[in-house]
Design a binder for this molecule. Structure first.
Ligand SMILES: *Cc1c(COP(=O)(O)O)cnc(C)c1O
Length: 412
């Protein structure tokens, strides 16, 4: 007899974006088309903008686009760069390289420092490079906060200190597409001039909207450009009323309702609590992965916890085991894990030696324990060598973070 499939029931897409969409977000999108010229949707915009800026830690401006993260990459650059301008790209994975490629496609001169796939940016080297640019030709530094391919988290506040230490006027531009609403990020406090993000990762909305946050320094740089193309121009979009009524075409109506609900969830929980939930759940994931890593080829891509993201974890497992494991947990358990993006090219056998876990957005303790349990079952079923005690180690992380205070246990 065939073994029973255990994939029926609610499936779990545990990839680093799109992330799990809360039912309340989906429900808020399930409605008739609203009036885009007046009424509820238009009235909702000022509050939506304010709440989005709170998540980013900025009092400055945000422009919204009907497009994914790639659109925000291009939008941010279109407002800052003229053809021939130079940018510095300190890359720690596929997404850093990709933003640089976008800049090159717009005619920028791109200088990439590649820090490889397993270590964060070396701020000392960046500072040195900026010091050497005495003519201040570098107009912006394009830095990915969490590179979703490698799961490396870079210290953006330290990057600002490095730019300042070099006495360089380059704008600091950060990609927080994977990290916003997951890993702590404070745009104004950290001195970030431009930040890009999307709606389908920590913000828990289906893919289709993206955001460019910018401060007055960035606005001044934009004002010096001879022209900015009509669609990408961020200035009219930063005034929500104008954007949705006249300037940029039809508003992404249902995404706006979804985003409204997602922001309500985030602010009801509190952004500090959202960050610490991600931190605890990430520690549970890391504890399991470290236990698995003690035997066989299983390895975490980033060895130092200080440089790991709380939103995504990139893993190494001898080819073709990673692909076999992903296939098994998806077909047998209804659990979808992420492919190993940017670590090797598809077609290369090494490509089957990487996978990723998304733990961003609408995830809780039982989902994470279920995901880890599914991986454990898959490795047992496929006879993939791995260390023992992973689930115990994960449970311990969660239990330790949730020690109930005496007052609470009495009232409960
Ligand atoms: C997902 C992601 C992108 C690309 O976003 P899309 O919506 O897929 O275009 C860019 N940068 C980072 C860090 C990401 O995680």
């Amino acid at each position: 007899m065939k073994p029973p499939s255990l994939a029926h029931g609610r499936s779990y897409l545990a990839i680093p974006g799109p992330s799990v969409i809360p039912d309340v977000v989906l429900q808020s999108m399930h409605r008739a088309a609203p009036n885009i010229y007046a009424g509820e949707l238009v009235n909702m915009m000022p509050g939506l903008t304010a709440d989005l800026k709170r998540v980013a830690g900025t009092k400055h401006h945000v422009a919204m686009y009907t497009g994914n993260g790639h659109a925000a990459w291009e939008a941010s650059l279109a407002n800052i760069l003229a053809p021939g301008d130079k940018v510095l790209v300190p890359a720690t994975g596929r997404f850093g390289v990709g933003w640089g490629e976008t800049a090159a496609s717009l005619g920028a001169e791109v200088e990439t420092i590649d820090f490889g796939k397993r270590s964060p940016m070396d701020m000392g080297r960046i500072e040195e490079l900026l010091r050497a640019d005495r003519a201040h030709q570098i107009k912006a530094v394009l830095a990915v906060h969490v590179d979703t391919s490698t799961s490396i988290r870079n210290d953006i506040a330290a990057l600002r200190r490095a730019i300042d230490a070099a006495g360089h006027p380059a704008l600091l531009m950060a990609d927080c597409i994977a990290s916003l609403g997951c890993d702590r990020f404070e745009m104004d406090a950290w001195g970030v001039d431009v930040m890009v993000s999307g709606c389908q990762k920590g913000l828990m909305v289906p893919p289709g909207m993206s955001f460019v946050f910018f401060n007055d320094r960035a606005e001044a740089a934009r004002a010096r450009l001879p022209r900015v193309s009509w669609y990408w121009n961020w200035t009219p979009r930063a005034h929500a009323e104008e954007f949705f009524q006249y300037h940029a075409g039809t508003a992404p109506t249902h995404h706006l309702y979804g985003l409204r609900t997602a922001l309500d969830l985030i602010h009801a929980e509190g952004i500090e609590n959202v960050w610490s939930r991600h931190a605890v759940l990430a520690r549970a994931v890391w504890a399991a992965c470290e236990a698995w890593s003690t035997v066989g080829s299983f390895a975490m891509n980033v060895s130092d916890p200080a440089h790991r993201s709380n939103a995504v974890t990139s893993l190494r497992l001898q080819s073709p085991d990673a692909t076999a494991l992903r296939d098994w947990v998806e077909s047998q358990l209804g659990l979808t894990l992420g492919i190993g993006l940017g670590m090797a090219t598809p077609g290369d056998p090494a490509w089957h030696g990487f996978f990723r876990l998304g733990h961003m957005g609408h995830v809780n303790g039982q989902m994470i324990m279920g995901m880890l349990g599914g991986i454990e079952a898959g490795m047992q079923a496929l006879k993939i060598a791995h260390g023992p005690g992973a689930l115990d180690a994960a449970a311990t992380q969660i239990a330790q973070a949730q020690v109930v205070s005496p007052a609470r246990s009495q009232s409960a």
